[in-house]
Design a protein around this ligand. Sequence first.
Ligand SMILES: *[C@@H]1O[C@H](CO)[C@@H](O)[C@H](O)[C@H]1NC(C)=O
Ligand SMILES: *[C@@H]1O[C@H](CO)[C@@H](O)[C@H](O)[C@H]1NC(C)=O
Ligand SMILES: *[C@@H]1O[C@H](CO)[C@@H](O)[C@H](O)[C@H]1NC(C)=O
Ligand SMILES: [Zn+2]
Ligand SMILES: [Zn+2]
Length: 335
Amino acid sequence: MLLLVLLTVITVAANARSTSVKQSSLSFFYVIPLGTNGGLDENNLSSYLLTSINNSIPNSAYISLDGGTIRHGIEIAIKQQSLPLNTDKEIFIREQIKAYLISHGHLDHITGFLINTPNDKSGKFIIGLNQTIKIIRDHYFNNQAWADFGSTGLKTYDYQILDPLSTIPAPIVNTDLDVRIFRLCHTCPFLSSAFLVSRRNQPSASILYLGDTGPDDVEKIIQVDQTTYSPRYLSQLWKEMAPLVAANQLKAIFIEVSYPNGRPDHLLFGHLTPNWLLKELNVLKSYHSMENVKIIVTHIKPENGAREKIIEQLSRGDALHFNFVFPQQGQAIWL
Ligand SMILES: *[C@@H]1O[C@H](CO)[C@@H](O)[C@H](O)[C@H]1NC(C)=O
Ligand SMILES: *[C@@H]1O[C@H](CO)[C@@H](O)[C@H](O)[C@H]1NC(C)=O
Ligand SMILES: *[C@@H]1O[C@H](CO)[C@@H](O)[C@H](O)[C@H]1NC(C)=O
Ligand SMILES: [Zn+2]
Ligand SMILES: [Zn+2]
């Protein structure tokens, strides 16, 4: 009996440490992490390519969830054979990335995209919250920081502003995917956002990608009159996700853990630790078991030993109720 328990624990712990998710005939989405870190290394910043899968073959039309690292990530993905070895990265960026969904305006989520704009093909959409689009328009595409590649300038891109209060998924042009947006708290007064991406005509499969976020119990919004309130955007999000989890529609949640446990709350800067992540995920789990939802841990700050500590802290106790995946740059994830 003890042996059995031990074996179970070892298996679960091994699952928790997995860094890639293999092909399955039941997969709906194909994800290529182009960058997985929460800062510093400019070759490895948050960016996840996503496409749908038909007949076990990933479709050629990708979207990019955030755009921290693009080109270098594609090089690694080709080396890892997550993309065909004969892929021309120039053509891939121009032709196969159909839209950029940007969670918020911070540079670690957008630099790779910005640097590659001069060679990009026109007719693509930059998708996000009103506030994020405004940051891109006013602070990057302003002919000072960078040329205006947006709709008021060179017109390489159009802006697709999503309304967080709308419950109707918006189509992502040139793909078979739809998207909804949700607000997240991250370094008040600026918001971050989460994208719920679903397959059009096949609403039984979705993934949820969260940009940077702090925990509900810590995040506060300071109003114009200097009073504060807690919007509890994550609680609202979990409430909306519960029916999808119950219906087995939600395949994965991409969510950040920037720091190991022990980091004081006043130094979180709008980020999560393993304990805070577990506290949040337990809210969702209170509605329904999460055993069929992969939790893809993003945005680990590349500080000495942080990754190892976070993996360890998410492989015991409460964490065993969740199916954690630690993505590696260039290694495909089948969902
Ligand atoms: C990117 O960052 C992850 C997480 O720190 C690390 O495991 C991986 O080795 C890095 N990729 C490369 C190619 O160095
Ligand atoms: C994949 O299959 C779905 C459902 O049959 C269809 O609606 C969609 O257009 C297909 N996508 C591609 C890119 O062929
Ligand atoms: C975006 O924000 C601007 C300025 O706050 C506002 O005028 C505009 O109506 C907003 N647009 C949408 C689609 O929410
Ligand atoms: Zn970030
Ligand atoms: Zn950020």
